[in-house]
Design a protein around this ligand. Structure first.
Ligand code: AMP
Ligand code: GLY
Length: 423
């Protein structure tokens, strides 16, 4: 089978690494990919949201399956684009329909879905500029901290958590009246603050059946001790040490099953990954967000722990036969630690030559923001590389990642040195 994978981050390098291990995959294209994917697959310089160019590539290269890494093409409706095209309609797209992708593309849609299907989540109301006064009153009725969420996609930046009521009112105005996050914040969800610990679970569904993948926890803040600005994610650990079998059972019964049943009940076509962000309060799970794709860098720990052939899983998703496959998971712990450009998540420089990658033999190095320039790997993004290691427990895995990160070098390189401090 010839497969096309869309995206260019560490998530896509990890997916490409796993896909190319399958005997079912004869050829893999990655659009646009990075220096890491170019070493194991064929990079094609096409944007994941340029559906017209993607169609031309599918025809020219006789591609049999499309795997979608990031959310943008899904929210823009790549699944429906294929379904509605005479030539493309029989080529499976691993990812939800446009309606399914609204679970990530609209916080309000996700909240309505959660409520309708009685899935535990924080209480909320949503507001637009027309009823902003009601928004102010609602804030007054809540206890701090105040949680404000831009309804639409805001590259992970659309959530504000504020301690001061006046600041919360100011930011609500900023979002609704001044388009702080562009049209993404023309509607704002205000939500009850949940005080607990976070973890994420990952599910692969064919719309009828589902398989639960390993749990993971990421480290979102740039600074040690979880301080400073939010990033796409600075590290991840899988499994999450505090996810006991009792908690996992609650998550499956109260969250995962009703989510998959809800999709079917609402006739939402969904053949792909569901990433459920949870907060655990007094041992009970609450959904804080849905993402309609795998996480990055969570993929870089979840996928290496998957022993089952990923392409066989995707085929089963396409054929709605996921119930016929057994998923095997490596019992070892995996951790990944991200190496970023100095200055990220604010301004940073690109084009720095990276050395030492080839000296790492007992960890996996996944490229996030890299490209080849005169046959040299250079930095090409905020998040640059991530080092994934296995261990009998997360401490051992973290230690190995740190040992190997020390073999890497590029000008301005930064990484967090406290991963696991909270576990
Ligand atoms: P989200 O983009 O919805 O995942 O939110 C980003 C981050 O904000 C989450 O990872 C949580 O740390 C935090 N957060 C979101 N919603 C809540 C909530 N209701 N209570 C407490 N923290 C929250
Ligand atoms: N690491 C969080 C995300 O992928 O959204």
């Amino acid at each position: 089978m010839t497969i096309l994978l869309l995206g260019s981050g560490g998530r896509e390098h990890a997916l490409a690494w796993k896909i190319t291990q399958s005997a079912l995959c004869q050829k893999l294209f990655v659009a646009p990919g990075n220096a890491g994917t170019s070493a194991i697959a064929t990079n094609i310089s096409i944007s994941p949201t340029d559906f017209g160019e993607i169609k031309k590539l599918i025809i020219a290269e006789k591609i049999n399956m499309v795997v979608v890494g990031p959310e943008d093409p899904l929210v823009l409706g790549i699944y429906d684009f294929f379904k509605e095209d005479d030539f493309l309609k029989n080529i499976p797209v691993i990812g939800p329909s446009k309606l399914g992708a609204k679970l990530e593309g609209s916080k309000e849609f996700a909240k309505e879905f959660l409520l309708k299907h009685r899935i535990p989540t924080a209480a909320y109301h949503s507001f637009t500029k027309e009823n902003i006064e009601k928004g102010f009153h609602f804030l007054e009725s809540l206890k701090p901290p105040y949680v404000l969420k831009a309804d639409g996609l805001a590259a992970g930046k659309g959530v504000l958590i504020l301690n001061d009521l006046n600041e919360a009112k100011f930011e609500l105005s900023n979002m609704l009246l001044n388009e702080k996050f562009g049209i993404a914040s023309s509607k704002v969800v205000i939500e009850e603050f949940l005080d607990g610990i976070e973890l994420s679970c990952f599910v692969l569904t064919d719309g009828k059946n589902y398989k639960v993948l390993p749990t993971a926890k990421d480290y979102k803040r740039i600074g040690e001790g979880d301080t400073g600005l939010n990033t796409g994610g600075m590290a991840a650990v899988s499994p999450v040490p505090f996810a006991t079998p009792e908690l996992l059972e609650k998550i499956e019964n109260r969250i995962i099953k009703p989510t998959i049943d809800g999709l079917r009940e609402d006739k939402i076509e969904y053949k792909g990954f569901v990433f459920i962000g949870l907060i655990i309060v007094d041992n009970d799970p609450y959904v804080i967000e849905y993402n309609v794709r795998m996480g990055d860098p969570e993929t870089e720990v979840v996928i290496p722990r998957l022993k089952t052939d990923l392409v066989a899983l995707f085929q089963a998703v396409a054929e709605e036969k996921l119930n016929e496959i057994t998923v095997e998971i490596d019992a070892r712990a995996a951790t990944t630690i991200m190496v970023v450009s100095g200055g990220y998540p604010e301004e940073y420089e690109k084009g720095k030559v990276i050395s030492g990658i080839e000296t790492i033999t007992d960890s996996m190095v996944f490229h996030a923001g890299t490209k080849l320039e005169n046959d040299k790997v250079v930095s090409n993004g905020g998040r640059v590389l991530t080092v994934t290691s296995f261990g009998t427990d997360y401490q051992e895995a973290i230690k190995k990642s740190y040992q190997n990160i020390n073999k890497l070098h590029f000008d301005t390189m930064y990484f967090r040195k406290d991963i696991g401090f909270d576990l």
